[in-house]
Design a protein around this ligand. Structure first.
Ligand code: TRP
Length: 329
C-alpha cells in the first residue's frame, strides 16, 4: 500500500474550496492508501506565533477535518507537535540544506517581501521542516496544490542528497499527488481567482446561515448580458461555477438559460445559491460544533493519532540515526 502524507497549517477556518478540492478526495483516499493527515502547528509558528489562539486554531482544524469525514480509525490524524521526531529529523536534514537554496525558495522570498519585519530562521527552514513531515513516514505521495510544488521538489532534493551522501537508498522520492479530473476547483466570490483565505472571497465550513447569505449577496456581479449567449465575465462565470458544484442540475440549467436569454436577475440567482450552499455547509457546521463539544473524544482521537504517527516516526529515526552514525552507548 502506498503512503500518503498531507499537512495543513492551522491559521484559519477551512472553506468550501478546501472541502471540495482536497477534503473530499482525502476522504476517498483514506481507504486506498496509508494516510497521514496532520495539523502543522510548528509551521504556523513561522508566521503566527499566537499562544492565545494556537490551541483553538488546532482544535478547529481537527474538528473540521473530522466533520468533513476523515476517519481517525482508518487514517492517522495527528498534531505535528505531538511527534517531536519530526523536529529531530528537521534538525538532522538541516545539516545538508544549503542557505542559498533556502533563500531562493519562492515562498521565502514572498514572505520577505510581505513581512520584512519578521524574517526568522524558522521561515528560512520551512522547506526542511516540511520535508521532515513527509520523509518521517517515507511518503510515496503528497497531495499538494501548485503553491506547494516547489517545497515538494525540495523534499525530493533533500531525500536524494541524504541517500547520496550516506550511500543508501533510504528515503523515497515523494511525488505530488494530483487528483487530476477529480479535483473540483471552487472559485472565490470576489470576482477573480479561486476560493482562498482572503477576506470576503470564501465561505467557511463554520459560517452561519446568515453569514453565508450575506457573503453570497455581496458576491461581485456585472450589469448583466446585453445580447443572447454572451460570453460571461469572470465574476459571473465564477458564480455559475459554484452553483454547478452545490446546486441541483435543474437549478443550474435554469439560471444558465436565464443568462443566455438575457433575463437573468443576479439577485434571484444569489438567493438560490446561498440556500444551496447552506444545504451543504450547515450539516458540516453542526458536526464541527458537536465534535468540538466532545473534548474527551478529541483527546482520544489526538492520542490515538499521535501513537500511530510516532510508531512510524520512531522506525524512521532509528534508521536515520544509524545511517548517520549516531550510536547509542
Ligand atoms: N506547507 C503546507 C501549506 O502551507 C502545509 C504543510 C506542512 C504540508 N507540512 C506539510 C503539506 C507536509 C503537505 C505535506 O499548505
Amino acid at each position: 500500500m502506498k503512503t500518503v502524507v498531507s499537512g495543513i497549517r492551522p491559521t484559519g477556518h477551512l472553506h468550501l474550496g478546501n472541502y471540495y478540492g482536497a477534503l473530499q478526495n482525502f476522504v476517498r483516499m483514506q481507504h486506498d492508501a496509508k494516510c497521514y493527515f496532520f495539523i502543522a502547528d510548528y509551521h504556523s509558528l513561522t508566521t503566527h506565533p499566537d499562544p492565545v489562539h494556537l490551541h483553538e486554531n488546532v482544535t478547529n482544524a481537527l474538528a473540521e477535518y473530522l466533520a468533513a469525514g476523515l476517519d481517525p480509525q482508518t487514517a492517522t490524524i495527528y498534531i505535528q507537535s505531538d511527534v517531536p521526531q519530526v523536529a529531530e529529523l528537521s534538525l538532522l536534514l538541516s545539516m545538508h540544506a544549503y542557505i542559498g537554496e533556502l533563500e531562493r525558495t519562492a515562498s521565502f522570498k514572498e514572505k520577505i517581501r510581505k513581512h520584512p519585519e519578521n524574517i526568522n530562521a524558522g521561515l528560512l527552514c520551512y522547506p526542511v521542516l516540511m520535508a521532515s513531515d513527509i520523509l518521517i513516514h517515507r511518503a510515496d505521495f503528497v497531495p499538494v496544490g501548485k503553491d506547494q510544488e516547489q517545497h515538494l521538489e525540495m523534499t525530493r532534493k533533500f531525500a536524494r542528497r541524504f541517500n547520496t551522501i550516506y550511500g543508501v537508498e533510504y528515503f523515497p522520492e515523494s511525488m505530488p499527488y494530483n487528483f487530476g479530473r477529480e479535483l473540483t476547483k471552487v472559485p472565490g466570490l470576489d470576482g477573480s481567482g479561486k476560493m482562498g483565505k482572503s477576506e470576503g472571497n470564501g465561505i467557511y465550513l463554520a459560517d452561519t446561515d446568515e453569514i453565508i447569505r450575506k457573503k453570497v449577496m455581496k458576491a461581485v456581479t456585472d450589469q448583466g448580458p446585453t445580447e443572447p449567449n454572451q460570453p460571461m465575465a469572470e465574476p459571473i462565470a465564477n458564480i455559475f461555477a459554484i452553483m454547478k458544484i452545490v446546486s441541483a442540475p435543474e437549478t443550474y440549467g435554469h439560471f444558465l438559460d436565464e443568462y443566455n436569454t438575457c433575463r437573468i436577475r443576479y439577485g434571484d440567482m444569489k438567493k438560490q445559491l446561498a440556500e444551496d450552499i447552506i444545504k451543504v455547509v450547515s450539516p458540516i457546521r453542526e458536526r464541527i460544533a458537536q465534535i468540538k463539544s466532545r473534548e474527551t473524544y478529541l483527546g482520544e482521537v489526538v492520542a490515538h493519532g499521535a501513537q500511530k504517527a510516532r510508531e512510524s516516526a520512531d522506525e524512521t529515526m532509528r534508521c536515520v540515526r544509524e545511517i548517520m552514525g549516531i550510536k547509542r552507548f
